[in-house]
Design a protein around this ligand. Structure first.
Ligand code: ATP
Length: 127
């Protein structure tokens, strides 16, 4: 936001357009994001199939949002690193490894939460 500019609906809508454009770029350019998207669709499909409770939907939605946000931040830092320091540098490598670790931790947490939410429903089918 530039200094001296007041709040305006048009300004907020413009910011929303930028965020949407970032989201589209993420899905178009990041292969990992397509895997996250496929997992999210599978979780939502199974959520309707098993008629999840409100609390279970909150867990699923939180996991999907968390993984997408982690991947967006990871991609942003990667692009910033490449723009500021295109040459190989062990410090840049460490920064990228740390960001990748953040995505891994988030995705693993989402996987564990997904198993805890869906396993009892699947177990009920085979009982
Ligand atoms: N400029 C660099 N200097 C040193 N090591 C780097 C550099 N760029 C990347 N690396 C190393 O290579 C790894 C992969 O980097 P890259 O930018 O290809 O990320 P990625 O996770 O493979 O990206 P994507 O998911 O977009 O394919 C990094 O985690 C880091 O260890």
């Amino acid at each position: 936001m530039e200094r001296g500019q007041g709040f305006s609906i048009a300004g907020r809508l413009r910011s929303l357009r930028f965020a949407w454009s970032g989201l589209l770029t993420l899905f178009r350019t990041e292969h990992n994001m397509r895997i996250h998207l496929a997992a999210a669709f599978a979780a939502v499909f199974m959520g309707f199939l098993f008629a999840l409770s409100r609390m279970e939907w909150i867990v699923v939605a939180g996991c999907i949002a968390g993984v997408f946000a982690a991947e967006a931040l990871n991609t942003a830092v990667e692009k910033l690193c490449d723009a500021l320091h295109p040459d190989p540098d062990p410090r840049i490598g460490r920064v990228k490894d740390l960001c990748a670790a953040a995505v891994l931790v988030t995705a693993t947490g989402a996987l564990v939460a997904g198993i805890l939410v869906f396993a009892p429903h699947m177990g009920a089918i085979f009982r």
